[in-house]
Structure formats: structure tokens, C-alpha cells
Ligand binder design. Structure first.
Ligand code: 7UC
Ligand code: FE
Length: 281
């Protein structure tokens, strides 16, 4: 899946190049920029800005100490201090699916790769929709789904000794669940996307089948604990890769490492000025 770019240089790339790259990501869903191992955090932010308006993560504990636009996932402390958050994204999701404006592009830069199990699982939810049996397509049509961060909101250092009820209330107040059409049309490609994920989608409205959401998770491969479902694509990283994907169409899940090997990654996330979807289906 996707395209590979071999001679990318953030300092010489033109806006026409970026436009072509964006179009190929809408179409092919993933682009890999090779040999970017020397990119600085500053250049990484610059790259992000070329794709659109960058959005900093709503919880500051994820921010890079010098660049708040960079979301840091790390399990190795620097000078005894935790930077970013460990073990992020180990569940099926689209980034910011629980927010009013989910991102158009996720730009991901693995910094320290574990020796084994380096990569991310993806499911293309346009293809997954296409592959559904007709009765599930019919059942999903015209329904809406709600998405929340509540199952995967990480306790912050300052939350120690706070009552859980108070934290839960705060999460619901700051990040109330959002509702989108269950099936939506991609604003660029016109594809039909099933916009649900097992990690963030908490409810489906407008169906008389209380099990419909679970049936959709199951049929699209999101309940497969062996990751053998034909919809699941395992993308492997090479050192120096930057991977950019269409966050409207792909859901993803961090790979489970069986050993607690060091892993560090940076990401920036961009809006593209287009609506999340062209129309509800
Ligand atoms: O800690 C995490 O796994 C972060 C997750 C709840 N949100 C990532 C995102 O961009 O939506
Ligand atoms: Fe993610």
C-alpha cells in the first residue's frame, strides 16, 4: 500500500511537490519518505506546516519540550525525565476521531525503533466498507456514530491521588463525545468510508440492531486478536522513514511489542482546510 519517495529534502521541496504528494496520499493512502533520519524537530514542524494547519495535541503531557506541535511517544526517560507518553495508540483508531475536527494527515517519524515488531497495523476503511456484506452496508446507511477518548485517556502525573470520578467528569467536560455519520464520502476521492474504530467509537445511533456496531467492528477485522484478517495491513518501518497517511480513510494501531524494548516516535498532525466528509451516506 502507498508510495515511496526516495530523494525527499524538506529544505528544497516545492509547494507543487507537496501538492502532488498530498494527492497521492489521498489516492494511495500512505507515503513513505526514506532517509529522513537526520531531520531536526524544527524541520519536522516545517514539513508539517507544508501539509496544512498543524494542531497540537490537547493534552500537554504529550508535547515535545521545545515544539508543542510534536506529539512524542516514548518509553525511555531522558536525564531521568519522562518525555511524552509511553505506549500510545495500542488500539484501533483514527487520530482525533473523538474531536470535532479529526486530522486530515498524520505525519509520523519513528526515532528509536525496537529490534523486532517495528511497524503499525492499518485498515483501509474505504476498502473495508466496500468488502462488507450488503446487509451490513444497508444497516449502517443513515446511522450516526459517537466517538470518545474516554476508554484510552491516560492518567496524567498530576492526577495521582485525585478521585477517579472527578477525572472522568473532567474528561467528559473537556472532550465530550462527538457524532459523525457512520458512512461518509471522502471529500477528495469520493470513496465511501466506514468511520468507526474499536478504540474511540462508543455508540451507534439510528439502528434497531443493538449489536450493529460490534458486527461492523468484527466484519472489518478490528476484533481479530491475531491480526490475520485480510483487511489488516502491517506496515514495517526502516530507520529514517517518515510515514504520512490519510487519517480520514485509514485506522491504525501501534504494534504490540512483546518485550519492553525502547521505542520513540514523533508525529505532527495537519488539517487540510477541507471538511471531514463531503456528504453523509
Ligand atoms: O495515549 C494515546 O494513545 C493517545 C490517544 C488517546 N489519542 C491519539 C490521537 O491522536 O487521537
Ligand atoms: Fe494514532
Amino acid at each position: 500500500m502507498g508510495v515511496v519517495v526516495k530523494d525527499f529534502n524538506v529544505d528544497t521541496v516545492t509547494s507543487e511537490d507537496i501538492d502532488r504528494l498530498k494527492q497521492s496520499i489521498y489516492r494511495d493512502k500512505v507515503a513513505v519518505l526514506r532517509n529522513q533520519g537526520d531531520i531536526t524537530p524544527e524541520q519536522f514542524v516545517k514539513l508539517g506546516h507544508m501539509f496544512g494547519e498543524l494542531v497540537s495535541y490537547h493534552e500537554p503531557m504529550y508535547h515535545h519540550p521545545d515544539f508543542e506541535e510534536i506529539f512524542v511517544s516514548s518509553n525511555i526517560p531522558e536525564d531521568g525525565k519522562q518525555i511524552g507518553v509511553p505506549k500510545t495508540g495500542k488500539f484501533w483508531h483514527a487520530d482525533y476521531q473523538f474531536m470535532p475536527q479529526p486530522f486530515a494527515f498524520t505525519i509520523f517519524s519513528p526515532k528509536v525503533l525496537p529490534p523486532k515488531n517495528r511497524g503499525t497495523f492499518f485498515i483501509n476503511m474505504a476498502k473495508a466498507y466496500e468488502a462488507l456484506p450488503q446487509e451490513l452496508k444497508d444497516a449502517a446507511a443513515g446511522t450516526t456514530s459517537s466517538h470518545s477518548v474516554r476508554k484510552f485517556f491516560k492518567i496524567r502525573p498530576d492526577d495521582v491521588y485525585r478521585p477517579l470520578g472527578e477525572i472522568i467528569r473532567e474528561v467528559e467536560e473537556h472532550t465530550p463525545a462527538v457524532t459523525f455519520p457512520t458512512v461518509m464520502e471522502h471529500p477528495v476521492t469520493g470513496e465511501k468510508i466506514l468511520f468507526i474504530s474499536e478504540g474511540f467509537t462508543v455508540e451507534l445511533h439510528g439502528s434497531d440492531d443493538p449489536d450493529l456496531l460490534d458486527k461492523l467492528f468484527d466484519a472489518t477485522g478490528q476484533l481479530d486478536q491475531e491480526f490475520a484478517h485480510p483487511n489488516i495491513y502491517q506496515h514495517a518501518y526502516e530507520p529514517g522513514d517518515i510515514v504520512i497517511w490519510d487519517n480520514r480513510t485509514l485506522i491504525h494501531r501501534a504494534l504490540h511489542t512483546t518485550t519492553p524494548a525502547a521505542t520513540v516516535s514523533h508525529r505532527v498532525t495537519a488539517l487540510d482546510g477541507l471538511p471531514l466528509y463531503a456528504r453523509a451516506l
